[in-house]
Design a protein around this ligand. Structure first.
Ligand code: SF4
Ligand code: SF4
Length: 161
């Protein structure tokens, strides 16, 4: 699937997704987490990230100081050299990769630094976190760049009807 076609399709569902999330706001926190986590499992049972890599190609993670320490060590680089070579500071003052696609994304869509990848990469797309209600805004944003989030919100939407 092409990214542009996906974004267009997902954006067309935005108001439906907003409506489902609004409905879920009224549910108890634990019930919302349970529904999200089940939909997350179901999404990743059908979607293979190695055939997608949209997040590694177009989105990119926020990179923390512990990430920099860990990845520099794994690459046997000085932290300053790692920062200079791979990172920049974005408009929010966070470290992000200097350019996208991610410099560590391999041609077969695997991650060169998988075991040491940034925490944000490990946690993306955040649909199996606790207190999901606090992440509704982020989830809505991610629905327009991650097919797994689209799948989760499609499934939750059908349950909210
Ligand atoms: S997390 Fe989402 S965007 Fe990233 S590779 Fe998996 S399905 Fe694609
Ligand atoms: S570090 Fe790895 S998981 Fe993170 S964006 Fe790059 S290729 Fe993807």
């Amino acid at each position: 699937m092409e990214y542009e076609a996906f974004v267009q399709r997902a954006c067309g569902k935005k108001s439906d997704f907003e409506a489902s999330l609004k409905q879920m706001k009224r549910m108890p926190d634990q019930q919302v987490d349970k529904l999200f986590h089940a939909a997350h499992q179901s999404a990743f049972a059908t979607i293979d990230c190695l055939t997608c890599a949209f997040c590694c190609t177009y989105v990119g993670p926020r990179i923390t100081l512990p990430d920099i320490r860990r990845i520099s060590k794994a690459l046997r680089l000085r932290e300053a050299d790692f920062e200079r070579t791979y990172l920049k500071i974005d408009e929010d003052g966070d470290f992000v990769f200097r350019s996208m696609p991610c410099p560590f994304l391999l041609p077969d869509k695997k991650c060169l630094i998988y075991d040491d990848r940034p925490k944000a990469c490990r946690e993306y797309p955040h649909t199996d976190r606790k207190k999901m209600k606090q992440l509704f805004k982020l989830t809505l944003t991610n629905s327009a760049c991650c097919p797994a989030v689209e799948h989760v919100l499609d499934e939750l939407g059908s349950k909210c009807k």
